[in-house]
Design a protein. Sequence first.
Length: 315
Amino acid sequence: MNEPAPATPTRVVIDTDPGIDDAAAILLAVASPRIELVGLTTVAGNSPLSVTTPNALRLLELAGVPSVPVAAGADRPLVQPPPTDRSASVHGEDGLGGVLAFAPAARPVPRHAADFIADAALESTITLVAIAPLTNVALALALHPELEGRIDRLLVMGGARREGNMTPAAEFNIWADPEAAARVFGAGIPLTLLPLDITHQALLTEAELHRMAGSGKVGSALAEMVAFYEHRHLHDYGDSFAPLHDVLAVLPLVAESAITFEDAEISVDCGASVSRGATLVATGGRMASPNAVVGVELDREAFAETLLEHVASLG
Ligand code: RIB
Ligand code: CA
């Protein structure tokens, strides 16, 4: 791995709903010497909270870092009912394609995710990576307004500038809790948004997946999950591709030049119409006041090589 370890790694908390693409993002973060993974916080999303929380524990055990804390959070969005159990989703019944069937040895810490995020940030500034519905992040900001000065960067996988993946207008993470997204996007925290328009490019070739499968225990498990995820996309949903969306919310912290960004003004439709959960992304002259940078271009080879190298380094 030709990645120089910086003097001081970035303190990172990842809010997640594992989730196979979450798994790839978490393993990348664990493997990078540029990241100090302070903890994972879990939320209902791809699967119910009762599934995403043990999955976070399993992934840390797989990666050989079972002592990294996991704090469970919201089991439903702020306002609308929980997303229907998507266990038949592209992530499978158990959220990880049935690959990590063991019971995790560790347990979640006795602290709500919103408070865990606040504890971490109030101890020393953090970078927050959100790769799930934003309910926990909104709760953290509502409970601890002083957080706004203690999160130096918020990277969100979410939204879509053109077509959504839950409705034609909305991407899943934002669709699942639009009110939470609006609260977070309006908080004034330096926001980096990775919408579907760029995460749809986060694809592995068959040869790359084969390389990952032969790169060790962790690579073999992740490759099996991704194979399940691809099969579900290709055969059950008719999708012609299976993007590892969430990896792009960690990638800028590991390989800065892999993604190109531009200033943007992001807002969310919290109405009750067919466009509920849509993200409106204004750039250039259409911005009134930028509140984010939005990923616009991905070096796909850099994405794939960075992911494969880091996963292989976990053994
Ligand atoms: O729309 C993609 C997002 O929804 C990803 O975070 C995926 O894990 C699901 O949560
Ligand atoms: Ca996710």
